[in-house]
Design a binder for this molecule. Structure first.
Ligand code: 5GP
Ligand code: ZN
Length: 113
């Protein structure tokens, strides 16, 4: 989608601090980190939200989860982390391209998102 913020980050037309990339997903630092470790993981393919994901998206969704620990450890949160996927208006999703927050660091628990 040409007017999608995270599609533009995937395409490189908007800069980001990339921390991981493969053929299916991109991970980059959140621009307003809520914790010392705050990474967003997105499918390279545009999926609007978890509410619009289908069985065809199972591989990319699985990749996002399977890579979470490696990314969290590499970014400095070796003792655990949280993953959050805000979905839709009620779920307070602000950017309409599916994304998984990885939040961690010294205090990964508590109100933040
Ligand atoms: P949501 O509320 O949709 O789950 O989270 C969207 C996240 O995207 C927010 O944490 C926000 O800080 C982050 N964000 C918004 N715009 C940008 C941007 O241009 N670059 C980066 N790296 N993060 C962004
Ligand atoms: Zn998109």
């Amino acid at each position: 989608m040409s007017d999608c913020l995270f599609c533009k980050i995937v395409a490189g037309t908007i800069p980001s601090q990339k921390v991981y990339e493969d053929e299916l997903i991109l991970a980059f630092k959140d621009i307003h980190p809520a914790r010392p470790v705050h990474v967003l993981v997105v499918p390279k393919k545009h999926i609007t939200s978890l509410a619009s994901a289908t069985a065809e998206d199972a591989e990319v969704l699985g990749r996002m989860l399977v890579k979470a620990n490696e990314i969290a450890v590499e970014q400095g949160s070796p003792g655990g982390f949280r993953v959050i996927i805000n979905t839709g208006e009620i779920g307070q999703q602000e950017v309409p391209h599916l994304h998984m927050h990885i939040v961690g660091g010294p205090d990964p628990v508590g109100p933040m998102l």
